[in-house]
Ligand binder design. Structure first.
Ligand SMILES: Nc1ncnc2c1ncn2[C@@H]1O[C@H](COP(=O)(O)OP(=O)(O)OP(=O)(O)O)[C@@H](O)[C@H]1O
Ligand SMILES: [Mg+2]
Length: 371
């Protein structure tokens, strides 16, 4: 029978902290539990750096899982320091101070959806390109380890260099710095990666890439709202999320799940982008077909109390631009879909600035770093 998260938490409740005399679950030191077959991964969150104690607790955790659950389980434990918990109140990062993860990045935006294939990567790539067109310094991170799209969408398949500090140098095209698993391994190889390996790859994209100073970092998220997505949104100090959907009801149900995931970690949803919203035949520009239905994103946005940032038409040149390696906003900025994507980007920037002040005053983002 598949191992359940609850079993893991119950097993780890047998591990006592030697000084506190309480168990690790009661002390809330176990986070990001991921189970996949016999692979179990989680973060042991220490209030401060203490390698000896961390090592001791790691062994005990592994022992408890082998004893109470499965003697053959493969246990992958990351040690994290919960900075927000260990810092005294006056030491908390203030607005304008540096964050520990992606310290040089001003705005980090996740482009997500509940359902696959709705156009996340297309939107993420064009958002990044539209931001770069304005002269902003932009990064693009392909967090879709199992199905990276960025290499094809930019026709970029080089291997990145490594700096003397052992950091990965992002590839650059159209003024956008980018990293994708597709630059590093054969895509078919990534397909067989286990959940914990994928998660640690993402963590390396955050901490071991020489991103430098950026105004915006756009994250192209994998489809769905599973453990990997949750780990990403918990690890990165996101400024906001953009949800991509088609007008279909099924897609909208999935959007709700996506929104719930961001709400869970207090990341503001900046708005919904409705993709494939309608089709205008190039030879009959007076006609407009709502192939996937109509008005769905508007209703959803009202329900969620977030704006519709844009309605992007279904257009052959969008797909062709994606397949040929030049995002449509660069290939043909006058194409109707490009104009809509550029507008949606401006709307997103507006939402970002509206939310920024509000969030800085209401919410402390829990920042973790890996020692
Ligand atoms: N507005 C559009 N007009 C025409 N084709 C589009 C449009 N948006 C996306 N596509 C095409 O649809 C396909 C799926 O898009 P994309 O890869 O961006 O989706 P995704 O949500 O990232 O998928 P996945 O969930 O697999 O990551 C691609 O071939 C893309 O070129
Ligand atoms: Mg994609």
């Amino acid at each position: 029978m598949a191992i359940q998260k609850e079993q893991i938490l119950t097993a780890l409740a047998h591990v006592l902290h030697p000084q506190e005399k309480k168990d690790l679950i009661a002390l809330d030191m176990i986070q990001d539990v991921i189970v996949q077959d016999k692979y179990i991964s989680f973060t042991l969150e220490m209030p401060e750096k203490d390698d000896a104690l961390a090592g001791q607790l790691q062994k005990k955790c592994e022992g408890a899982i082998h004893k109470f659950i499965d003697g053959e389980a493969i246990v992958d434990i990351q040690v994290g320091i919960n900075v927000s918990r260990s810092r005294k109140e006056e030491d908390q990062p203030q607005q304008g101070q540096q964050q520990e993860v992606l310290p040089g990045v001003k705005n980090i935006i996740a482009v997500a959806s509940g359902k696959g294939g709705v156009g996340k990567s297309t939107v993420a790539v064009n958002l990044a390109a539209a931001l770069a067109r304005t002269g902003a310094k932009v990064g693009l991170m392909d967090t879709d380890i199992y199905g990276p799209s960025i290499p094809t969408m930019f026709n970029l398949f080089d291997r990145p260099n490594i700096t003397t500090q052992k950091k990965l140098v992002p590839l650059e095209k159209h003024g956008i710095k980018m990293v994708s698993m597709g630059f590093l391994v054969d895509v078919n190889q990534a397909m067989v990666w286990r959940g914990p390996m994928a998660t640690s790859a993402i963590k390396q994209f955050m901490t071991e890439v020489d991103w430098g100073e950026l105004d915006y970092m756009v994250l192209d998220m994998p489809p769905g709202t599973g453990d990997i997505q949750l780990t990403i949104v918990q690890t990165v100090p996101l400024s906001g999320a953009v949800i991509v959907s088609t007008p279909q009801i099924v897609a909208l149900d999935d959007v709700r799940k996506g929104v719930a995931m961001f709400n869970k970690v207090n990341v503001p949803v900046l708005g919904v982008i409705e993709n494939m919203a309608y089709f205008i035949p190039p030879d009959m520009p007076e006609k407009k077909y709502h192939i996937f239905g109509e008005g769905g994103a508007k209703r959803l946005a009202q329900e969620l109390n977030v704006p519709v940032l844009g309605e992007i038409p279904l257009e052959q040149p969008v797909r062709e631009a994606g397949d040929n390696g030049t995002p449509i906003v660069i290939a043909d900025e006058n194409a109707p879909a490009a104009t809509k994507l550029i507008e949606a980007t401006a709307n997103m920037q507006q939402q970002l600035s509206l939310r920024a002040a509000e969030i800085a005053n209401t919410q402390k983002v829990e920042i973790k770093f890996r020692p």
